[in-house]
Design a protein. Structure first.
Length: 387
């Protein structure tokens, strides 16, 4: 079984130029996230307060409004109505009510959805009614007459859209697969299909490690993926059961059965705080020592990134990215380092949430070099007294 919450690799950038058309991305998923990135503006009245997503399914001939979001959301969830090519663009509304851009001239992203899968084998009775002998799949010959199809236990989190391969990990892994949405997809693979085809695909869930199970959803079209919606944060275990067209299989998991997939839903940002930034001394002379605190139930690997800017509003330039959460970093400074600047800390958790802390007061580098001059000489007596 695969778990996926797709994220377009390249974000739509607001107010971008006419540049080269974006490359077309291909996916077999109908639900994915469309992230966006807003350009920095200098005037307060031009600061965006709302972002709008527009989509075209006729290669830009017409555009329709799809959704709106606050500037802090950073993405839209999109669900395609079917296979085909979809173009995406964003518009922003600033504090004065102006819409930018005034019209959409080109897409920011182009995505082709190709979710079609091979059809299930026809029912034996249908073949006989058509006057042709029934064809039994070769795999059926070596299997019991009443097979119970099962979903595989391999899962993959957030594969890049259009990726030529999925990164699979065993579901028995102790760490749950983390997502930062209450809505995600479970992709399943049915290992065996008999002549009667598939009659029912049902998702079962547990919140207590398999001690109790309840039905979560039915897959109405019996085709992967299966859309899952959960009530809130927490750890969820899932199993998929399949019933064939003749009604065999599909037994619900029994108490004590382990889940095939464990998913952690985390909607909370990590705690992040810059404690201090001071110039080093002794063997750390010429470095700025930055100390921070970062905390979360499940931080990402190398979760910390540091940035600086001469302006409180940015733009932010990297000091160091993907650091271990050691709580301390020594940043070499030289004559090219600004004399006065602000720091920004970003901490990412395993689900992709990012906690941010920016210093309210600037750091000032002391580059003064004290000088000394001998002013005179005074005689001292034997007992240290002046004559």
């Amino acid at each position: 079984m695969w778990l996926s919450h797709l994220l377009i690799a390249a974000a739509i950038v607001s107010q971008s130029g006419t540049g080269a058309a974006p490359a077309t991305t291909v996916t077999r998923h109908r639900t994915f996230a469309v992230p966006y990135r807003l350009n920095q503006v200098d005037e307060a009245a031009e600061q965006p307060v709302e972002v709008q997503l527009y989509v075209s399914s006729d290669r830009g001939a017409t555009w329709r409004f799809y959704a709106k979001a606050p500037t802090t959301q950073k993405h839209f969830m999109f669900r395609a109505g079917g296979d085909g090519e979809y173009w995406f663009a964003i518009r922003t509304i600033d504090r004065s009510g102006r819409v930018r851009p005034k019209s959409i001239s080109a897409p920011g992203l182009r995505v082709v959805v190709e979710s079609a899968q091979p059809q299930t084998p026809p029912d034996r009775r249908q073949s006989a009614a058509a006057g042709s002998p029934a064809k039994t799949p070769a795999s059926d010959a070596a299997r019991p007459t009443k097979p119970t199809p099962k979903g595989s236990v391999a899962i993959a989190i957030n594969p890049p859209i259009g990726s030529k391969r999925d990164t699979a990990v065993e579901s028995k892994d102790e760490r749950p697969r983390m997502v930062n949405y209450r809505l995600f997809e479970l992709e399943y693979e049915i290992e065996s299909v008999g002549p009667s085809g598939i009659g029912r695909v049902e998702l079962w869930g547990t919140r207590d490690g398999g001690r109790t199970w309840r039905s979560f959803a039915l897959d109405n079209d019996n085709r992967s993926p299966l859309l899952v919606s959960v009530a809130g944060e927490g750890i969820y275990g899932f199993r998929v059961t399949v019933t064939n067209g003749a009604g065999f299989g599909g037994n619900p998991p029994a108490p004590g059965d382990p889940p095939d997939v464990v998913v952690g839903v985390d909607l909370s940002k990590p705690a992040a705080r810059i404690i201090s930034a001071r110039q080093g001394v002794d063997d750390e002379t010429g470095k700025l020592i930055i100390s921070w605190q970062a905390d979360d139930r499940m931080l990402a690997d190398r979760p910390v990134s540091l940035f600086f800017s001469e302006s409180r509003a940015g733009p932010w330039q990297p000091v160091a990215e993907s650091l271990e959460n050691t709580g301390r970093h020594a940043w070499p400074i030289d004559e090219r380092t600004p004399a006065r600047f602000y720091f920004r800390l970003e901490v990412r958790d395993a689900a992709g949430n990012v906690g941010v802390h920016e210093m309210n007061e600037p750091v000032e580098i002391d580059r003064s070099r004290p000088t000394v001059r001998i002013r005179g000489v005074r005689p001292v007596g034997r007992n240290g007294e002046r004559p």
